[in-house]
Write a protein of this length. Structure first.
Length: 125
C-alpha cells in the first residue's frame, strides 16, 4: 500500500521554532490514524507558503497532562499556551518531528496540492 503525504498549517512563529530546532513536537487535538510519509509545512499568513516538510518519528496520544510531561523539554511553547490550547480537552496529540527538510525557496501551496484548498489544520494530499 502506497503511503500518503499530508500538509499541516502552522503559525509562522512556530514554523520558525521548528526550523531552528527548538520545537520538536507539533500539537494537535486530533491527527491521522495512519502516519503520512511526509508532512508538508504550510506557514500561515503573512508567509502563506510551503516552507519544507518533515517525516514523523512518532505520534503520541494521551491526556494533555501526560503529553506535556513527555514532550515539554522540546515543545518550543510555554505551558500556558499548551494549557490554553487544550482547555477542557481530554485528548492531546503530539507529532514528533523526525527529519526536517527546508526548501531553499518556499513554494506556493498549489505547487504541493494543485487542486486543493489550504487546510485550517491538516489534510492528506
Amino acid at each position: 500500500m502506497k503511503k500518503t503525504n499530508a500538509v499541516i498549517s502552522i503559525n509562522p512563529q512556530f514554523v520558525e521554532q521548528i526550523m531552528t530546532g527548538k520545537k520538536h513536537f507539533e500539537y494537535r487535538k486530533s491527527f491521522f490514524k495512519e502516519i503520512p510519509e511526509r508532512c508538508y509545512i504550510y506557514s500561515t499568513k503573512p508567509v502563506g507558503k510551503v516552507v519544507g516538510f518533515f517525516t514523523i518519528k512518532q505520534v503520541l496520544v494521551d491526556n494533555p497532562e501526560k503529553i506535556w510531561e513527555l514532550t515539554y523539554k522540546k515543545s518550543g511553547i510555554s505551558r500556558e499556551f499548551f494549557d490554553e490550547y487544550y482547555l477542557n480537552k481530554n485528548k492531546a496529540v503530539a507529532i514528533q518531528i523526525d527529519r526536517l527538510f527546508k526548501f531553499k525557496q518556499p513554494k506556493l501551496y498549489k505547487d504541493i496540492d494543485a487542486n486543493g484548498k489550504i487546510p485550517q489544520s491538516y489534510k492528506r494530499i
